[in-house]
Write a protein that binds this ligand. Structure first.
Ligand SMILES: Cc1ncc(C[n+]2csc(CCOP(=O)(O)OP(=O)(O)O)c2C)c(N)n1
Ligand SMILES: [Mg+2]
Length: 616
């Protein structure tokens, strides 16, 4: 066996840099798009040096916050429909634990990312080193053990040759359609620098060929029998449709069999928004069209969805329909005691389309007119004539989208939390698969800007439009500077309603008084009323920024922003009180059984009413 003498991290980086993935069209591209790195003690000397050596094949990017780097990496994988990934390396201690939220986010969303936090000395010789935890009872516990529950695969590389086994396993997990998720390889700093005889074959890995699992014959037979018996079916399209590249198969099946389609947050943009059978968003943030048909359907065909509570209305939305889940992950396919069809979404849809069956014509017709009516309503909601009051999110969404009249297919809207996800889920018209990039599995405040950067790196030709609230902006905005530095232009639209608008509305709906959400409600005796100049802040980070007075100004600012080459930040004052009433459904939020406030008692009674409709 031919070998080369390399350090553990040199071998790791060379394997990573050499990995190629085969895309659907048969072309081979580098699998790893680069490594995000913030160096410190623990990685600057070992992994850092190895990254420098391979900088031509595997670029290294520096950002300002480890969590944000991981957000960018996860967004990159999502925008690549899980076909490509990025790695993230940190120093030990706080650099490493800054990744935990992003790891959990990737775990919830089933998205791959390779986390490479540094770890304490395997030798233990200099213990305790700076930033090292000391467990009084266990010498092998380090801060990195927090990654175990939030990754799909964890290993600590205690000897250099261990990388030969651990890295291919990590790659396997990240490229497995069912088990896909974040991976952590913790790298003790002394092992990073230790050399071993690395087999040459490890440095020339085989291309990655992603699997497309076929269904089990008997399970398929049962699924087809169920389909044949259905009269009023509804497809709920989840993120799995996008990851499997099943948009065309979905459109073909829906059109051929007359089956309406509703989309989860993860699945939105899997079917063209103007497809005559696209009912739009489903669930708590869903359209009236989708939710009404969900209640009356006799078969819910859930394709590639985790059936999260926002999709199911906390299990109140699907009436007495039979549930048939097409999912590559058996854990998801078996949820809710539904009938499962474990397979790739595209393969599953093609199998279902192969039989001669159609939904009841009256049902298809009802779906068509509901979809058309909702589309008309979306136009109204997003293009209302400006009034004297502050605009609300729907009008901002309309202006942002309208400004793309010439190239709506280029736009990718990025968002994660606050009021906007509900409004965007109902009202955004995605022009292409992936044109709605919403992180609503973990709904991580602070994902948006760093996530937008990852999307831009995955899709440089796209106009990446990040929309977020003032609260989310304040939580994590440092990657505006990174986007400027790296020359990756973003358009960031900040909706400033001066506080946590959505949580205050939830608070009031729960019978509580206004408390601790809007900035004006948080100033103690002797405190100072805050006015935050977001545009000045963004300019200080290197962006071009403007605070617009109204929706009309927003429209022209958007035109200019589209023509610009540097990251743009547009700030608009919005109201925290108004949202789109149309659609929606119950969402389970526990209300105290006992309170001194009659408003809470009333909210608790409403809560029990909702509970009574929950299907268990
Ligand atoms: C990291 C994180 N912390 C807390 C929350 C809970 N949370 C969800 S939305 C929100 C307020 C968002 O405020 P803002 O971004 O201004 O949006 P708005 O609703 O005001 O438009 C909070 C605190 C969260 N989703 N993520
Ligand atoms: Mg706000």
């Amino acid at each position: 066996m031919k070998t080369t003498r390399l350090t553990m991290t040199q071998a790791l980086v060379r394997h990573l840099a050499a990995l190629r993935v085969e895309l659907d069209d048969g072309s081979l591209v580098p699998w790893c798009g680069g490594t995000w790195a913030i160096f410190g003690h623990g990685n600057v000397a070992g992994l850092g040096e190895a990254l420098w050596e391979q900088r031509a094949a595997l670029p290294t990017f520096r950002a300002h916050n480890e969590q944000a780097m991981a957000h960018a990496a996860v967004a990159y994988a999502k925008a690549n429909f899980r076909r490509r990934i990025m790695a993230v390396t940190t120093s030990i201690g706080p650099g490493a634990t800054n990744l935990v939220t992003a790891a959990a986010m990737a775990h919830v969303n089933r998205l791959p990312v390779l986390l490479l936090p540094s770890d304490v000395f395997a030798s233990r010789a200099p213990d305790p080193v700076l930033q090292q935890l000391e467990d009084f009872a266990a010498g092998d516990v380090s801060a990195n053990d927090v990654f175990r529950p939030v990754t799909r695969y964890f290993d600590r590389i205690m000897r250099p040759e261990q990388i030969l086994v651990a890295l291919p396993r990590a790659v396997q997990v990240m490229t497995d359609p069912a088990n896909c998720g974040p991976v952590c390889l913790a790298l003790p700093q002394d092992v990073q620098a230790q050399a071993f005889d690395c087999p040459e074959t490890f440095l020339q890995p085989e291309p990655i060929r992603l699997r497309r699992p076929e269904p089990d014959a008997r399970e398929l037979e049962r699924a087809l029998a169920t389909l044949r018996g259905a009269k009023r079916p509804l497809i709920v399209a989840g993120g799995g449709v996008l990851y499997s590249g099943a948009s065309q198969a979905l459109a073909d099946f829906a059109s051929k069999a007359g089956v309406p389609v509703a989309e989860s947050h993860g699945g939105k943009s899997s079917l063209a928004w103007d497809h005559p059978l696209n009912l739009g968003a489903i669930g708590v943030t869903g359209s009236p069209a989708a939710n009404a048909l969900a209640r009356d359907a006799d078969l819910i065909l859930a394709v590639g969805t985790r059936l999260q509570d926002f999709t199911t209305g906390s299990h109140t939305l699907f009436g007495h329909a039979t549930l048939l889940s097409v999912n590559v992950q058996p854990f998801d396919a078996h949820k809710w005691s539904g009938q499962s069809l474990v397979c790739d979404a595209r393969v599953g849809l093609q199998c279902l389309a192969a039989i001669d069956w159609r939904a009841e014509p009256a049902w298809t017709e009802r779906a068509r007119s509901a979809a058309a009516a909702w589309n008309q309503r979306v136009t109204e909601l997003t293009t209302q004539v400006p009034r004297d009051t502050l605009p609300y999110d729907a009008e901002v969404i309309g202006a942002v989208r309208e400004s793309a009249a010439d190239s709506p297919t280029r736009d990718i809207a990025v968002c994660a939390s606050g009021t906007l996800p509900a409004e965007l889920h109902k009202l955004w018209r995605a022009g292409r698969p992936g044109g709605y990039h919403m992180e609503y599995g973990y709904s991580t405040m602070g994902y948006e800007i760093a996530g937008g950067l990852g999307v831009k790196m995955a899709c440089p030709e796209a106009e990446v439009i990040v929309m977020l609230g003032d609260g989310s902006y304040l939580m994590m905005n440092s990657e505006i500077a990174t986007s400027v530095m790296l020359g990756r232009k973003l358009i960031v639209v900040v909706l400033d309603n001066r506080g946590f608008g959505c949580i205050q509305r939830l608070q009031l709906a729960s019978g509580s008084p206004r408390f601790n959400n809007l900035l004006t409600d948080c100033v103690p005796e002797g405190g100072v009323d805050l006015t935050i100049d977001f545009a000045a802040h963004a300019r200080a980070l290197g962006a071009e920024a403007v605070h617009v007075a109204d929706v009309a100004e927003l429209k022209s600012a958007m035109q200019k922003a589209r023509a610009a080459t540097r990251t743009q930040v547009i700030v608009i004052d919005t109201t925290h009180t108004r949202t789109t009433d149309d659609g929606g459904c119950w969402w389970e939020v526990s209300i105290p059984e006992i309170s001194q406030r009659p408003e809470v008692d009333a909210a608790h009674r409403r809560y029990l009413d909702g509970k009574s409709t929950q299907r268990l």
